[in-house]
Design a protein around this ligand. Structure first.
Ligand code: SF4
Length: 252
């Protein structure tokens, strides 16, 4: 075999080419990079939200559950106006807190959750609500601490790690979960908690947070619940779900 032939064969190796994964297989590392590149080019820049203190990001994420960013922010602003310090929030009356965060929805669920989280942090840390120690702590320790708080799951922990602390985390919210499943990262039997481990394994650390931002935008604008708009999607040729969707409407 000549040197030229050998080089040509290496260059055409299928693992080096972004391609639609076969059924039941996740995207290859090269395809993951291509998904990110196209999301950035179509929907970028994919900057994460501004950094907040860990305690602030934690409570904001609780407020973000099952609501829009606008209503989450309205609830957060109302809560901070009523309880300007974290200590005053931790000592809030549950019904009054629920009234303050009502713009964000599910206030009767979120109010006791917030109080439960703050109460547990205080109990563990001698009455302090200061989580700034997380800035210099290992990510595994931070994640373990957050997951051990009442009502805190992998998505909330990943938001604090990724957005507040700038660590390589990939929060899997409802949009990311739907889009990633359609792209073949995991199958129908994978739950939200397991999806975090799958995504963090599949997506390189340096692009994890921005991949989260890109997948959310794709999920809101194109890969929506119900019928996704595959005909307008920059990932169409990389997505194992697209052929059936396009065939069902004759758009292929
Ligand atoms: S091709 Fe369709 S199903 Fe796949 S990610 Fe894009 S919109 Fe979603």
């Amino acid at each position: 075999m000549t040197a030229v032939t050998a080089v040509t064969r290496v260059a055409r190796s299928p693992v080096d080419v972004p391609r639609r994964p076969r059924a039941g297989r996740p995207p290859s590392p090269v395809t993951v990079e291509e998904i990110y590149r196209r999301l950035r080019d179509r929907l970028g820049p994919l900057e994460p939200p501004p950094r907040r203190e860990p305690i602030e990001e934690l409570i904001l994420t609780v407020l973000s559950q099952n609501t829009s960013d606008v209503n989450r922010d309205r609830a957060f602003a109302s809560m901070r106006e009523r309880y300007p310090t974290w200590d005053s929030l931790a000592g809030a009356n549950e019904r009054e807190l629920a009234a303050a965060i009502r713009p964000g929805g599910l206030s009767n669920t979120k109010a006791p959750r917030i109080l439960g989280i703050l109460g547990e942090i205080r109990r563990r840390d001698g009455g302090s609500l200061d989580l700034s120690w997380m800035r210099s702590a290992h990510s595994d320790r931070v994640r373990g601490y957050l997951l051990s708080l009442p009502g805190v799951g992998p998505k909330t922990a990943a938001c604090v790690l990724g957005f507040s602390l700038g660590r390589p985390a990939l929060p899997v919210d409802t949009h990311v979960f739907r889009v990633a499943r359609r792209l073949g990262f995991f199958g129908d039997r994978t739950g939200a908690a397991a999806a975090h481990a799958v995504m963090e394994q599949a997506v390189p650390a340096r692009i994890r947070v921005r991949m989260h931002v890109g997948l959310i935008r794709l999920g809101r604008q194109i890969c929506r619940p119900g019928r996704p708009a595959c005909e307008a999607c920059p990932l169409q040729d990389l997505c194992p779900t697209a052929p059936a969707i396009l065939a069902s409407t004759g758009s292929r």
